[in-house]
Design a protein around this ligand. Structure first.
Ligand SMILES: Nc1nc2c(ncn2[C@@H]2O[C@H](COP(=O)(O)OP(=O)(O)OP(=O)(O)O)[C@@H](O)[C@H]2O)c(=O)[nH]1
Ligand SMILES: [Mg+2]
Length: 483
């Protein structure tokens, strides 16, 4: 047992002072108790047991798996300026500084080296062109032909794997390569589908230069080809410059040619056709010539923002390591308070005293500014949200059935209430961590909690911590502490 986990006399004293408020607020815990017991007595079947109870209790929201929301209004592409790159790098540096202050032993030299690499790479001679697209669209053929037009020291051509035919994870790996390049050719062999459009939008929102090309144009009669190109342009308007949209044929199918012979017979021969990629190739040349700086700046900016994410992840891991013992501490304070006063009431504000203090402490770790009154309000809302999400309702619906079970004996002692309070405090704390780590790494103004976003976090954290095995383990731990 570490010092952090132990209740100090000081903690206990603080608790005594808060007791009157605490006593009133154990409804939530009571609900959880009911739910546990139902689960214990009826559904020891396995990991899914709890889900069953949730349905019984009407907590149907848990089943509505957060659907990946299609983001149709991605930010418009912006032209990356040097100032924008500098701002992105400054953010990485700010993060490195915080890491160094908050965890003086950690090594940040790799992050610093990466900043230098980003800056140095701005001067490079060789640019990278990625050729992307679905299966069999002609990527390899196009890559080979472009390699004939651009010497490798000017342009490195990357023939990427086909998109849209793998898992999402595999696709996102391919996309990393695509976004690391300075420009990309998106090859189509027909009209532009929704999923293709979505990809292009995403890349454009990362300021990637995207050339869209309809390949295999030999397969379409002139008028049909014109219609398809118009449709593609229509879907890409405001997203892609029309100069960046073309039709090509990298390997046109041979054409049957009939010839009238002198002797009056007709002979048929297959004539190979020349590839036609001039428009696209010229566009690439012109971009390399005139937009070199813009292209490398945009790539550097993407690299800097990726590095920002990497640095923030590292900072968050450090902060989480400091935050977890704090949650642990408040969790047992809540447990002891509820254990000592096992009164079940539906006024949730009672636990607010503990969560207010926890919020202030966690806010400090995550460098978010919460005034005391703001923290009090937030803690109150936090409690209300937990009720709204159905935990308390769940309990009232299931209690009737439970009263018939031997679980009644547990009600008398405060053990169940204590464990419940600990569990809910933990869920609240973990949700706060998840929420706070998505905020700016250092708030300059008072932090305002976005409750819609927080509720989603609360649901996710709750879901992640509701497994039977986890709960049983938790209950075991808590029992040992309380009894
Ligand atoms: N009609 C026609 N067929 C083409 C054209 N370009 C390529 N093809 C054919 O399309 C097929 C695929 O060409 P690849 O270059 O291998 O296409 P890819 O995108 O690299 O294919 P994967 O890597 O397997 O996804 C081949 O059979 C080519 O002959 C074209 O301009 N016209
Ligand atoms: Mg290929």
């Amino acid at each position: 047992m570490t010092n952090n986990q132990q209740l100090t006399t000081n903690d206990q004293q603080k608790m005594k002072i808060r007791k009157p408020i605490l006593v009133g607020g154990l409804g939530l815990s009571f609900g959880l108790w009911a739910w546990w017991n139902l689960q214990d007595s009826l559904l020891q079947a396995g990991e899914t047991g709890l889900t069953g109870v949730m349905i019984v209790g009407g907590g149907l929201w848990l089943l509505q798996k957060a659907k990946p929301r299609k983001n149709l209004s991605l930010p418009q592409p912006q032209i990356v300026t040097e100032a924008m790159l500098n701002r992105a790098i400054a953010k990485v540096q700010e993060c490195i500084k915080l890491i160094a202050t908050e965890a003086p032993d950690s090594d940040v030299s790799d992050l610093e080296a990466q900043i230098k690499t980003i800056r140095d790479r701005l001067q490079r001679q060789t640019l990278q062109l990625a050729i992307a697209g679905g299966r069999k669209t002609g990527k390899t053929e196009l890559a080979n032909q472009l390699k004939g037009s651009f010497p490798p020291e000017t342009l490195e051509i990357i023939d990427t794997e086909a998109l849209f035919s793998n898992s999402e994870t595999e696709d996102s790996e391919i996309e990393k390569t695509i976004l690391a390049a300075d420009l990309v050719i998106f090859l189509l062999d027909g009209d532009l589908s929704d999923s293709q459009l979505q990809k292009i939008k995403q890349w454009r929102s990362r300021s990637q230069q995207v050339l869209v090309s309809l390949n295999k144009q030999d397969r379409y009669p002139e008028d049909e080809k014109a219609t398809i190109i118009e449709q593609i342009k229509g879907r890409l308007v405001t997203l892609i410059d029309f100069d960046d949209i073309s039709a090509i044929s990298t390997q046109p199918a041979p054409v049957k040619v009939r010839k009238h012979q002198e002797d009056g017979t007709i002979s048929e021969t297959l004539e190979t056709q020349k590839p036609e990629i001039t428009l696209l190739r010229d566009r690439v040349s012109s971009l390399l010539e005139n937009q070199r700086q813009a292209l490398t700046l945009a790539t550097a900016w993407r690299e800097a923002t990726n590095l920002q994410t990497a640095a923030k992840t590292r900072l968050n891991a450090i902060r989480r390591d400091r935050a977890l013992p704090i949650i642990e501490r408040y969790q047992w304070i809540a447990a002891t308070a509820a254990f000592a006063n096992p009164v079940a009431a539906l006024d949730l504000l009672a636990t607010a005293a503990i969560s207010t203090q926890m919020l202030v402490d966690l806010g400090e770790i995550y460098q978010q500014k919460f005034s005391l009154s703001q923290a009090q309000n937030a803690a109150g809302t936090l409690g209300e949200q937990m009720v709204k999400l159905g935990l308390v309702e769940l309990s009232t619906q299931t209690i009737g059935g439970l009263l018939k079970t031997n679980a009644m004996t547990y009600v008398a002692g405060g053990v169940v209430q204590g464990i419940s309070a600990a569990y809910l405090t933990r869920i609240a704390g973990l949700s706060l961590i998840e929420y706070l780590q998505d905020q700016d790494i250092q708030a300059n103004t008072e932090t305002k909690i976005n409750w819609d976003k927080f509720n989603q976090t609360l649901k996710n954290v709750f879901q992640a911590n509701q497994r039977t095995a986890f709960l049983q383990n938790f209950v075991q731990q808590a029992k040992t502490r309380l009894v």
